[in-house]
Design a protein around this ligand. Structure first.
Ligand SMILES: [Zn+2]
Ligand SMILES: [Zn+2]
Length: 329
């Protein structure tokens, strides 16, 4: 399923299978998760993206062919996440911050991703997965889970944590944080009682609208909704010395706010992309916590419906494309 240019809908296209060169492998994609970043791609909000592009950076499948330098065998069960390549030599790559590499390339942004029956991926950037997780249920771990994990780590030892925007990342972070004994307060779109109920079901101590004040001082706030106005709101909800972490790749402009909102050694920071080390650490943490992803599945040919449902907030958990079933309208 191809996005020809920003603003368009995806279009089905038939291509010959690509040859594997270098360290690349060909993955037969079983399932690929749909992410808010795919909406940003469709809306032309990712400055680095090039078109036409096959979206998808939460792909799970089996290696069916390999280049001569590939580090994975045929038959390996893997995930292809956002990071497709990094330079390996810059100051960031050399210091464990390959997520910040200026030459980094991302699946479904610079190179084609997993909204397809097959995709090419550099074997050195694939994430080994436990086949027992199942294909569809494993896809959300590759972005929502991983970014959520990195965002949670940025909150340090925070106990009472507010989560702003209760979608795919939030529903996995909540389970992880609960497993670590932390307290979760969920802020959703005002009036979204379905999302609030979902948050409580997953163990949130409180759930309400993002227009409501926090019922208690927060140690940290994790913002997953792409809404800049939530930044001053969250700063107002955290205690002195607390941290506000922005977990999304794109956000509307942050309105001006008084310095007093940041005063008291509050911290404001973002999370950008992910490293392969995050992948290994998170998959272990996910297994320990027994994370279960809630998914709504669509056949690959209905990718546009999945994007529409995500945009309209009609999905609790994660939308997932089943890439082995092409039919469906
Ligand atoms: Zn994503
Ligand atoms: Zn680099």
């Amino acid at each position: 399923m191809v996005l020809e240019a920003p603003g368009l809908r995806l279009r089905e296209e038939h291509r010959a299978l690509p040859a594997c060169t270098g360290a690349h492998v060909l993955i037969r994609v079983h399932a690929c998760g749909v992410c808010r970043t795919d909406l940003h791609l469709q809306d032309g909000e990712l400055p680095a993206a090039s078109y036409p592009r096959v979206p998808g950076h939460q792909a799970v499948g089996e290696v069916v062919a390999r280049g001569p330098a590939a580090v994975l065998p045929v038959g390996a069960w893997v995930g292809a996440a956002w990071l497709a390549h990094s330079c390996g030599t810059c100051r960031f790559c050399r210091s464990g911050q390959e997520n910040l590499c200026d030459a980094a390339r991302f699946h479904g942004c610079h190179v084609d991703g997993g909204f397809a029956t097959h995709m090419l991926a550099d074997s050195r950037y694939c994430i080994a997965l436990d086949r027992a997780l199942g294909a569809a249920a494993a896809t959300p771990l590759l972005c929502a889970g991983l970014i959520g994990y990195r965002t949670l780590r940025m909150a340090g030892e925070a106990h009472a944590i507010g989560i702003y925007g209760f979608g795919s990342a939030a529903h996995l972070v909540t389970q992880l944080a609960r497993h670590e004994g932390r307290r979760i307060l969920a802020f959703t779109t005002p009036g979204d009682t379905a999302a609030q109920g979902f948050a409580r079901e997953l163990g949130a101590a409180w759930a309400g609208g993002s227009d409501e004040p926090a019922p208690e001082p927060l140690d940290a706030a994790l913002i997953f909704a792409p809404v800049g106005a939530l930044v001053p709101k969250a700063l107002g909800d955290v205690r002195k010395g607390g941290t506000v972490v922005c977990g999304g790749i794109h956000m509307s402009d942050i309105p001006a706010f008084p310095y007093a909102a940041l005063w008291g050694e509050r911290q404001l920071r973002s999370v950008a992309n992910l490293t392969r080390e995050d992948g290994v650490a998170f998959m272990q943490a996910a297994a320990r916590a027994g994370l279960t992803a809630r998914v709504s599945t669509y056949p690959l040919g209905r990718a546009n419906d999945a994007l529409d449902d995500l945009r309209a907030g009609r999905i609790n958990g994660t939308a997932v494309l089943l890439c082995e079933t092409r039919a469906g309208g």
